[in-house]
Design a protein. Structure first.
Lengths: 123, 280
């Protein structure tokens, strides 16, 4: 019984991951400037890599015939997903910050620039 | 949507379909011709063969055995190519040094914190690749370049002045690389020195005991009785393979980190060094 629940949850998470990857691919093509495209890329790496890796961990846990190997597989998948979750955010943060401060990409179309407001208050 | 986009998309899809067709139906031809299969069989039979030490490297990992034992000299020169390139880099940047400057703050605190989390993990994974090279896929060069990623991340996220403050200056890195290369040289002639001092015969890059040939003919006249340690506690050690992997990883960390730091030096400081303005 618990196997069926684990496998179903894992497959559901992988399905969510496929959807996020698809959305990220469309976003990378259609979105207007660098920062929004970076957002789409982060959707691809969090929703499209971390979530399905968690799903793979659950799937491995629920697959009885693997024996005790499934715990190793699940542990590796879980650790990788957590590490990816930390690192992809840090990477896209560093990219966006460097691009904003170096003015390497156009900001338009822009609705609200909180960073510029903050900088204006400080000065 | 432009016509070129459609054509590129169709071409990529066709490429994927054709590649999968080739893989499934074996269109790439037979895996290996029958003439060279006995060679592979000989390597697989002898790589870990405690009953025939004169042909064996006593390491369960066939690739490392071939790379560091069966063709050791070849690999040594292959390694030298990389380190000669680094010597060229050092010669080009001679006199350059890390100046404690204005921009020694590094990147934002988010990047710094996640770098702190990930650097120990990278170091451990690289060390396991390097020091288990004789037991599992991997090896000294792979593990060393893996660990170089950690130091390069530190240099980018915390600035190169941070490395300098942690006593990883350019000269230290050069010294680490030299120590690694020296260790490779010492391991490769260790048995030969043994044989010269204690009497008897041995080869350079010798790992286990080998057949001894007379200088003028291809007739085996005996067995060189010297051999490297091949068993550590309850694991095979692979003789020279472990020591070669260890020293190669040390040399690669030093050399590649040196290269990364040199390429990260700031342009303004370098112009005075490379430009040679004092010779005008």
């Amino acid at each position: 019984m618990i196997d069926i629940i684990l496998v179903t949850a894992g497959l559901a998470l992988i399905t969510i991951g496929v959807f996020c990857d698809f959305v990220a691919a469309i976003g990378l093509i259609r979105l207007p400037n660098f920062f929004t495209r970076l957002h789409a890329a982060t959707v691809g790496s969090i929703g499209g890599a971390v979530v399905p890796m968690l799903g793979a961990a659950l799937l491995a846990l629920g697959y009885e015939p693997l024996g005790s190997t499934r715990f190793i597989l699940a542990g590796v998948a879980f650790t990788t997903s957590i590490v990816t979750m930390i690192l992809s955010q840090a990477g896209s943060h560093a990219l966006a910050r460097a691009t904003y401060r170096a003015k390497a990409a156009p900001l338009q179309p822009i609705i609200h620039d909180a960073l510029a407001e903050k900088r204006g208050e400080e000065q | 949507m432009k016509l070129s986009d459609i054509i590129v998309g169709i071409a990529m899809a066709l490429l994927a379909v054709m590649l999968s067709y080739l893989m499934v139906y074996g269109g790439l031809g037979p895996i290996a011709s029958y003439n060279i299969r006995p060679l592979a069989a000989a390597f697989l039979n002898n790589t870990y063969n405690p009953w025939q030490k004169i042909y064996s490297a006593l390491s369960p990992e066939a690739v490392t055995a071939i790379v560091w034992d069966y063709r050791g000299l070849d690999t040594y020169f292959e390694t030298s190519v990389l380190f000669i390139a680094i010597v060229g880099l050092v010669a080009l940047f001679r006199g350059a040094n890390i100046v404690q400057g204005i921009s020694s703050k590094g990147l934002s605190i988010i990047v710094k914190t996640s770098t702190k989390i990930i650097v120990p993990l990278i170091l451990v994974a690289g060390a396991s690749l390097a020091f288990h090279g004789h037991l599992s896929p991997g090896g000294g060069f792979q593990g060393g370049s893996f660990m170089t990623v950690a130091t390069a991340l530190l240099a980018v996220a915390f600035s190169i002045e941070f490395l300098q403050q942690k006593r990883l200056s350019l000269n230290t890195l050069l010294a680490v690389r030299c120590v690694g290369l020296l260790a490779i040289a010492i391991v490769s002639v260790y048995l030969l020195i043994n044989a010269v001092l204690l009497g008897g015969y041995a080869y350079i890059f010798q790992n286990m005991q080998r057949l001894l040939f007379s200088p003028n003919s291809l007739v085996a006249v005996g067995i060189s009785q010297y051999s490297m340690p091949y068993w550590f506690l309850d694991r095979p050690l692979g003789g020279t393979l472990f020591f070669f992997n260890l020293s190669e990883s040390i040399a690669v960390i030093g050399g590649l980190t040196l290269g990364a730091v040199l390429l990260l030096l700031r342009e303004n400081e370098l112009k005075t060094v490379i430009g040679g303005e004092e010779h005008e």
